[in-house]
Design a protein around this ligand. Sequence first.
Ligand code: TXA
Ligand code: MG
Length: 323
Amino acid sequence: MPVEVATRVLSADHDATLAAARALGDGGLVAFPTETVYGLGADATNGTAVARLYAAKGRPRFNPLIAHVADLAAARRLAVFNADAERLARAFWPGPLTLVLPKLLGCPVSQLATAGLDTIAVRVPDHPVAHDILAALGKPVVAPSANRSGHVSPTTAAHVRGDLDGRVDLILDGGPTSVGVESTIVACLGAPVLLRPGGLPREDIERVLGRALADDSSPSGEAPLAPGMLGSHYAPKTPLRLNARSVNAGEVLLAFGADAPAGAKTLNLSVSGDLVEAAANLFSHLRALDAVGASAIAVMPIPNDGLGEAINDRFARAAAPRP
Ligand code: TXA
Ligand code: MG
């Protein structure tokens, strides 16, 4: 159990953003909004702060963190960009894309944050609060999703507080996040490989690359290229029943589209069948239905194109057997 601290929650205005940068510079842990989900930040160059971050989340230390920077110029001080990485960064940064790249010689990010790997995950978030913190600090910030390890990712400051109150120094409240699922992770170490479907659809990436993205072929839960992609992750307490077209007694329903079966407590990801809206609602609806204490959450089928790939990935993990 990490040392209990007093957690401040501040509305993410200009002064709070500067206070956040100062707290990070002093080795503190600060949760802040990005366009995908809330992140729990620590100064990536401060090994002690990074160690505190792993403890606060209860995160296994073999699972490396994403370094967040303000712009491409700052990313070039951490990692080596091949031609594909260059093209993707120019097309999609700032935005919900993380690139896994060879670590630059002399990269200032703590070894603990990269779990001793010779690669590093880098991202430039597209959110004014995240950007202003990174610009004010002038250093990379490692920021996993601001939840306890294994829990559903937070899309509001209240979600963060529920998981991490007493474990982090500061939470900046910037309202609900717009994308709602974590960034897409692509490794550019040779031919580009999709490590985690996320907030940037595969189709957009393939259009810019001019070819198909390979999938991470390592067996789920064993030694995936993205070590955090363990089978059971993003897990609510209530079991999920996927591809449900009807609701059983005792179940609640996570619906999608206009023709949801009636009769149970229901939250709809998108009545109009919009996958962007569905991604934005995904984690808050899962948390709300989990709190009901139903026998299961019945989940209606979601198409697998666009953001549907990331949504279905999170459902599959949430429904996977628990370790
Ligand atoms: O949208 C996001 O990416 C959010 C926001 C806060 O930026 N962050 C996030 O971080 O989702 P986290 O720690 O929850 O997920 C990071 C994933 C993990 O699966 C981790 O294993 C993988 O990135 N990862 C980090 N460094 C890696 C590396 N060098 N090689 C392969 N995978 C890596
Ligand atoms: Mg996470």
